[in-house]
Design a binder for this molecule. Structure first.
Ligand code: ARG
Ligand code: ZN
Length: 869
């Protein structure tokens, strides 16, 4: 079945009130739903009431207290139809369903994890609990009563505020929760079990006292401290930056070990993959700390962008996700280092969204059609969606942007809105026309700007010629020209930007060229000397650039651009050039190596910035630049050679910096401390292939006092010296130390799964039989299988196809149990067409093997069919 945006119709019925009772049992939970149903004003009096279900068994049904005769309704596992509901404007429909949480391995709806009950309803999981109008424009006020044996489930949580608790017969007890804010069913949540808690308090700007709780496995409470701190900082930040205050008396977070996604923003009761809650220095890396901070913020920020204002339909997913990602990016930028955060965001966008946009799964930020909505929680909707919001801010300026957001909140609070509503708020608040800009939501594909320049000394004029193109994507052959805000600078010899005179050929304001046409010839007056052109500063638009630019200009910009992002970009472009075009000229390579040495030791730069600059483009980044006939082994060799060359020519300096960066003080997870560790670990990686590398890494491993350093050393040992005793000893020591902690052992699996070389495939197969591994936990699967397929270019892409074949087998093994996880994994094959012919044929065979298997779920079928199309 295909769903289309243009087919949207409001529902004929509404559900203003929803009252649920859960009598919890592992195999037979009884759910009673008492729904107040109203006919939508203006709807046809004779329309049948059609409710969604998924895998449901109806036990009883009554309307306004009277049992319904069998002839009056039709119930199947995925639908309930009442052909002629009462004529009255409202009536009460009472439904009883029975579900088995313990048999629910799909992790959608009500399921069990570590002995607790837990729900996940976005996007369409609520219909696995009871029949309902399971669509985001049906806003209802929920009252939820949970009953369970007290011993098994002392903790009973749902959305909103706790209204009542009490004892029942036979050692059972109950709790009643009421959420005064009307919400769509995808935001419903329930948790029941025996969990440990960490509590805190937050007082909002207007004086509301909010009780905060984070619930984790018993014994793990201390690991929630960082998440709690991040939560309080998020709450304050949203008040200060957006004027958004929290609106209930409690805010709870529950961490669970079996979860298909990162986390979920259920109203007042966020549920998290425990990987994004639990951390301390012994078990989590600096990257984990940063992710926890970002995801805690993301889910919290959804309270306004997602919950108070939700989506009219699932085509509007980016309305809440793109916007909320933008908000969490800005939060992290404020809490940490803005330029470093920006570089990391762009690297992520290029690594995940660009290949999506350039491959068979490309779709607009706001898709027009889908077969399975779960497959649209993508980098395009999330990350590109965030970039689109960032561009709105660039175009409107910070004040105009804030006014637009204020108007959006004011107009649409309590509503299910659309992208058109969102854009209209910015247009009305600023008086600007965003019509052409709106194409960013509607057109897939990464636009390219091709740029050349000329300087006329006599006329004191600098000319920039810009040519726009938007590549074709599946089902969109012809594209319209986009409005691209291109931030730039004309950098003079002193490193300062030229103050240019009048400009012709495009609108230029506040350092931004507004590209709107296929071709612009932009003339800057009053430029005496040829400047170095700094383009797409701060990555103002999610595009690719083809620039005719002298390497000297890039070397210059890498040192002197006033925009830190562009400095990083300039150096990174040079590295990419060296790797892609294999610019073998010794002089070029030597200059690059010199610059690496300068950057490594430049005390005026943040440690984290230096670490990011020194990190070579990844194998996948290089492959993307090459675009076709990719040979992953050849890319690997080139990258290794450049790394070794840089290391050799800076050996003494790198060793010195490495030693100087050692730090003995108390561990702190803040950005500055993390940056220091990042730089030292980057230098370790450079030094590793040089003589004594294994010993150096081994010492780093043994001396490590935190997981960041320990994991970095283990990576170097396993990836570069895998056959040595040092590597084997370190793997054993790690397992000995962390064997009891699955989240930490995931790193152990990941490090081994990403070791370069064909032989890793057998290692991964062996690891699937390790007692710590199981196909039934999504985190384990992603750590071992997911990273193998997405981050191990040489082993996954073995020319004999054995990597793909193994992978297809695993996807098919997981699919019956957890279709969503299988479908997500399968996207690892999306770039198969850009491989060289031998591997391409093998990858296609693996995809066809999946496609040809019987009884595929809608999730997996959708991905493989689009990938092969
Ligand atoms: N709304 C959640 C978040 O971004 C993610 C839900 C993912 N759902 C899914 N079906 N994949 O915060
Ligand atoms: Zn989200």
């Amino acid at each position: 079945q295909v769903f289309r945006l243009e087919d949207y119709r409001p529902s004929d019925y509404l559900i203003p009130k929803t009252s649920l009772t859960f009598r919890l049992h592992p195999d037979a939970t009884v759910v009673t739903a008492d729904l107040t149903i109203a006919r939508r004003p203006g709807a046809d009096r004779h329309s049948p009431l059609i409710l969604d279900g998924d895998d449901l068994v109806l036990k009883a049904i009554s309307i306004d207290g009277a049992l319904l005769p069998a002839s009056a309704y039709q119930a199947t596992p995925d639908q309930l139809i009442v052909a002629s509901p009462p004529d009255a404007p409202t009536f009460r429909l009472r439904l009883e369903t029975e579900v088995s949480p313990s048999a629910n391995s799909a992790l959608m709806g009500l399921f069990r994890t570590n002995g607790a009950y837990c729900t996940q309803c976005e996007a369409e999981g609520f219909r696995r609990i009871t029949y309902f109008l399971d669509r985001p424009d049906i806003l209802s006020v929920y009252t939820v009563r949970i009953e369970a044996p007290k011993r098994e489930a002392p903790l009973l949580l749902s959305n909103g505020n706790r209204q009542e608790t009490g004892e029942l017969a036979d050692g059972w007890h109950f709790a009643v929760w009421h959420d005064p804010f009307p919400k769509p069913s995808y935001l419903f949540a329930l948790v029941a079990g025996d969990l440990g808690a960490m509590h805190d308090m937050f007082t909002t700007a207007s004086g509301r006292r909010v009780e905060l709780g984070i619930y984790v496995e018993h014994g793990k409470e201390p690991f929630a401290a960082y998440a709690m701190d991040a939560l309080k900082r998020s709450m304050r930040w949203d008040e200060e930056v957006y004027g958004c205050e929290y609106d209930l008396d409690v805010f709870n977070i529950v961490a669970v070990s079996d979860f298909n996604m990162g986390a979920m923003e259920n109203k007042g009761l966020n549920i998290f993959n425990d990987k994004y809650v639990l951390a301390d220095e012994e078990t989590a890396t600096d990257a984990d700390f940063a992710n926890i901070e970002a995801i805690i913020a993301h889910e919290y920020f959804h309270n306004w962008t997602g919950n108070r204002i939700t989506c009219r339909d699932w085509f509007q997913l980016c309305l809440k996700e793109g916007l909320t990602v933008f908000r969490d990016h800005e939060f992290s930028a404020d809490q940490r280092s803005r330029p470093v955060k920006r570089i990391a965001e762009v690297r992520t966008l290029r690594a995940h969204q660009f290949p999506e946009d350039q491959g068979p799964l490309a779709h607009p930020v706001r898709p027009r059609r889908y077969r399975e909505i779960n497959n649209f929680y993508t980098a395009t909707v999330y990350e590109k969606g965030s970039e689109v919001v960032r561009m709105i801010r660039t175009i409107l300026g910070p004040e105009g942007f804030r006014q637009g957001m204020d108007l959006y909140f004011q107009r649409h609070d309590g509503q299910a809105a659309t992208i058109e509503d969102f854009l209209k708020a910015f247009e009305d608040a600023s008086g600007r026309d965003l019509q052409q800009f709106a194409l960013w939501y509607h057109q897939a594909g990464t636009p390219n700007l091709s740029i050349s320049t000329a300087h006329d000394a006599a006329k004191r004029e600098f000319v920039v010629e810009i040519e726009q193109s938007v590549p074709p994507t599946p089902s969109e052959a012809r594209k319209r020209m986009m409005h691209i805000p291109l931030a730039f600078g004309l950098v003079g010899r002193d490193g300062k930007d030229f103050e240019h005179g009048p400009v012709e050929g495009a609108d230029v304001e506040n350092g931004v060229i507004h590209v709107r046409k296929r071709r612009h010839v932009v003339r800057f007056a009053g430029i005496a000397e040829r400047p170095a052109l700094s383009l797409n500063r701060g990555f103002s638009a999610p595009i690719t650039l083809t620039v005719e630019q002298k390497p000297e200009d890039l070397f210059f910009l890498a040192r002197h651009d006033s925009d830190a992002f562009s400095r990083w970009q300039a150096y990174n472009s040079l590295l990419t050039d060296a790797l892609v075009a294999a610019r073998k000229q010794a002089a070029f390579a030597a200059k690059l190596a010199d610059l690496a040495g300068v950057i490594a030791g430049d005390a005026s730069l943040e440690h984290a910035f230096r670490a990011l600059a020194l990190a070579l483009p990844g194998e996948a980044d290089i492959a993307r630049e090459m675009a076709r006939d990719i040979d992953p082994d050849a890319i690997f060799e080139r990258r290794e050679a450049l790394a070794r060359m840089i290391a050799q020519s800076n050996e003494a300096a790198f060793r010195e910096h490495y030693a100087a960066l050692a730090f003995q003080g108390r561990f702190r997870p803040d950005a500055a401390s993390a940056g220091r560790r990042a730089l030292r670990n980057t230098l370790l990686d450079y030094l590793a292939p040089l003589p004594g590398g294994a010993e150096l890494a081994s010492r780093h491993f043994v001396d490590a006092t935190n997981m960041t350093d320990r994991a970095a050393a283990l990576t170097v040992l396993v990836h570069r010296h895998g056959e040595t005793n040092e590597a084997k000893a370190a793997l054993a020591a790690f397992e000995e130390r962390h064997g009891a902690n699955p989240l930490t052992m995931d790193k152990w699996l990941m490090i081994q799964a990403t070791a370069p070389g064909a032989a890793t495939l057998d290692k991964v197969k062996t690891l699937t039989r390790h007692p710590g591994f199981t196909m039934s936990n999504p985190n384990r699967v992603r750590a071992l299988i997911g990273t193998f397929a997405t981050a191990n270019q040489t082993a996954f892409n073995r020319p004999d196809g054995a990597g793909y074949d193994f992978f297809a087998g695993v996807v098919l093994e997981i699919e019956p149990r957890n279709p969503q996880l299988a479908a997500r994994l399968a996207t690892a094959l999306r770039s198969w067409r850009s491989l060289e012919p031998v591997r391409r044929a093998k990858a296609r065979e693996a995809l066809q093997r999946i496609a040809g298997s019987d009884d595929l779920s809608a999730d997996l079928r959708d991905i493989v069919e689009r990938t092969l199309a």
